[in-house]
Design a binder for this molecule. Structure first.
Ligand code: SAM
Length: 215
């Protein structure tokens, strides 16, 4: 529900627009199928509703998330499954895989992707929510996940494009708490007091957008 509220307030729009732009640049309006891995409550798939000729699929390990996603998008095909295991799809089922703040599985991604296969990945940028993390953890820690994703996919996929989406928003405590829940940050017991004491704060929202092609 926290992720649904974050999406409804429009905080995910810049990332979804950047991913949709990469999709249009690479595929044009050719018919294509896309699987969003770790789709959560389905916000990215909903945002692609108007993309012409796109068959949309979503999978997530969380039945509660898939239920929310499926209720909002009955025309999309959803599956509850673990992205770290064998994916429940045949060889070369998809033209595009997306993973937003989610998992990548190089061996399985290679198996289920077709010849012109494309992977769209979004990971939090090093400075994502940095002001909020400083408030809660007491230090500005810059963390990048881009290199890990690149290394995980390296043997089978090459990085074809990369961009950063960054903006600043002033948010109220309930919105800040939702962002923390949505990104799994700041939930150690010792951090609870700081989370409860939050006041309005201007925060950086930043994501690295990575486009991978088959080698
Ligand atoms: C930070 S959320 C991002 C959700 C969605 N991509 C979005 O941007 O709103 C991470 C998602 O990955 C899912 N997830 C975690 N481990 C998973 C796994 N092993 N297989 C599939 N999904 C997983 C979680 O249930 C959650 O919905």
């Amino acid at each position: 529900m926290a992720r649904r509220r974050v999406a409804t307030r429009g905080h995910t729009v810049p990332v979804y627009q950047a991913l949709a732009g990469a999709l249009r640049t690479r595929l044009g309006n050719d018919p294509a199928s896309l699987l969003d891995v770790g789709c959560g409550e389905g916000g990215f798939l909903r945002s692609l509703q108007e993309h012409p000729g796109l068959e949309r699929h979503g999978m997530d390990i969380s039945p509660a998330s898939i239920e929310l996603a499926a209720k909002a998008s009955p025309e999309v095909l959803f599956v509850v499954a673990n992205a770290d295991r064998t994916l429940p799809y045949a060889e070369e089922s998809f033209d595009v895989l997306s993973a937003i703040d989610s998992r990548v599985n190089a061996i399985e991604f290679e198996r289920v992707l077709g010849e012109r296969g494309l992977i769209l990945v979004a990971v939090p940028g090093p400075d994502d929510l940095i002001e909020l993390r400083e408030r809660i953890q007491g230090a500005k820690v810059l963390k990048s996940r881009t290199d890990k994703v690149r290394n995980d996919l390296h043997a089978r996929f090459t990085l074809a494009d990369r961009m950063t989406v960054r903006e600043s928003r002033t948010l109220e405590p309930p919105e800040l708490r939702d962002l923390l829940s949505a990104t799994y940050r700041g939930f150690r017991r010792s951090e609870q007091a700081a989370i409860e004491a939050l006041t309005s704060l201007t925060v950086t929202l930043s994501h690295d957008i990575l486009v991978f092609k088959r080698r």
